[in-house]
Design a protein around this ligand. Sequence first.
Ligand SMILES: Nc1nc2c(ncn2[C@@H]2O[C@H](COP(=O)(O)OP(=O)(O)OP(=O)(O)O)[C@@H](O)[C@H]2O)c(=O)[nH]1
Ligand SMILES: [Mg+2]
Length: 230
Amino acid sequence: MGLAVGGVLYGASDPGRINSLSCASPAFFLHHHEGKQSVTTVNLVLLGLAGTGKSASGNTILGRKHFVSKPSSNQVTTECQVAETEINDLHVRVIDTPDMFDDDTEPSVRDKHVKRCKELCESEPCVFVLVMHVSRFTDGERDILKKLENTFGTKVKEQTVILFTRGDNLEEAEMSLEDFLHSCQPGLKEIIEKCDNRCVVFENRSSGSDQVEKLMNTVSTVLKNTAKIQ
Ligand SMILES: Nc1nc2c(ncn2[C@@H]2O[C@H](COP(=O)(O)OP(=O)(O)OP(=O)(O)O)[C@@H](O)[C@H]2O)c(=O)[nH]1
Ligand SMILES: [Mg+2]
């Protein structure tokens, strides 16, 4: 049956809205359960600047070290890649991407990555996970939502969750995520508000599953909103 996180069944009254990237039949990823169509698979697309922890976060979601993640002054991930897992009966396709928003990237290279990313997302609902370093908000991130919209369409904000990495930095400062959000700078606050305050924090050095559970709860909110569940 179509079961998602937390035992919530996601019915889709307007399944075509679920995946703004898909041109395939929604029936491909939805099936019927007691008269309702339900989501069984979701693409989590990890996006963000180089070094923010996209691949490390992908590994945390997968529960295994699949994507290469390491300190580097160069981009580590240079191609879009997908790896899959099951979380609470939901089939999760984790899509790791290179930094597609670096102004120095050749347009032809960026277009190639965007094309590949969209191909990997095809036929399933997508939730974009915008990965940011909790202790660093850079100029390159100031207009990242605009770049996301230009790349994936104007509805992208409704399908985006912000994932802050390096949660230990908050713990060391004895700050909660709420404390951090209260005191963050206006540019970041604006991004968060535009994404309806959907934020989670990960510490990728820790293997605790509660952080993934919180992410998946937020993902389920996005799926519900985009599928317009009654
Ligand atoms: N302490 C700590 N380090 C992290 C965390 N997330 C990522 N890192 C480290 O940050 C470095 C970069 O992480 P990556 O996962 O490679 O970052 P990325 O966004 O995939 O980078 P690119 O592939 O170059 O775009 C690695 O050394 C990670 O171990 C975290 O939550 N806590
Ligand atoms: Mg990477």
